[in-house]
Design a protein around this ligand. Structure first.
Ligand code: SF4
Length: 83
C-alpha cells in the first residue's frame, strides 16, 4: 500500500520504510533513534529531519528482522539493502 510506505532522503541514501511489513520490533529505534520511532500502533515511522548518519541508518536497516527498511544509493541507484 503506497499509503503505508514512507520514503526519506538522508545524505547519499534514499530510505524506504515498508510500514505494512514492520512488526514493531524496535531494533531500528535502538540503533538510529533520531530517525526511527514507533507510532501509537507500534509501527515504525521515520523523522525526515534526522541527524543520524546515513551509514547508521543502513546498519539499522540491516538489523531489522523483517527487512522492512530498504536503502538505496541515490547517485548510483543501487539498492544496498536488502542486498
Ligand atoms: S526494526 Fe523493522 S520491524 Fe522493528 S520497528 Fe524497525 S522497521 Fe519495524
Amino acid at each position: 500500500m503506497a499509503d503505508n510506505t514512507q520514503v526519506i532522503k538522508v545524505g547519499k541514501y534514499e530510505v524506504t520504510l515498508l510500514r505494512d511489513v514492520c512488526i514493531g520490533a524496535a531494533t531500528c529505534v535502538a540503533m538510529a533513534p533520531d530517525t526511527f520511532e514507533l507510532d501509537e500502533n507500534n509501527i515504525a515511522v521515520m523523522n525526515e529531519e534526522t541527524s543520524d548518519l546515513p551509514d547508521t541508518i543502513l546498519m539499522a536497516a540491516q538489523a531489522c528482522p523483517v527487512k522492512a527498511i530498504i536503502v538505496k544509493d541515490i547517485e548510483t541507484g543501487e539498492q544496498l539493502w536488502p542486498a
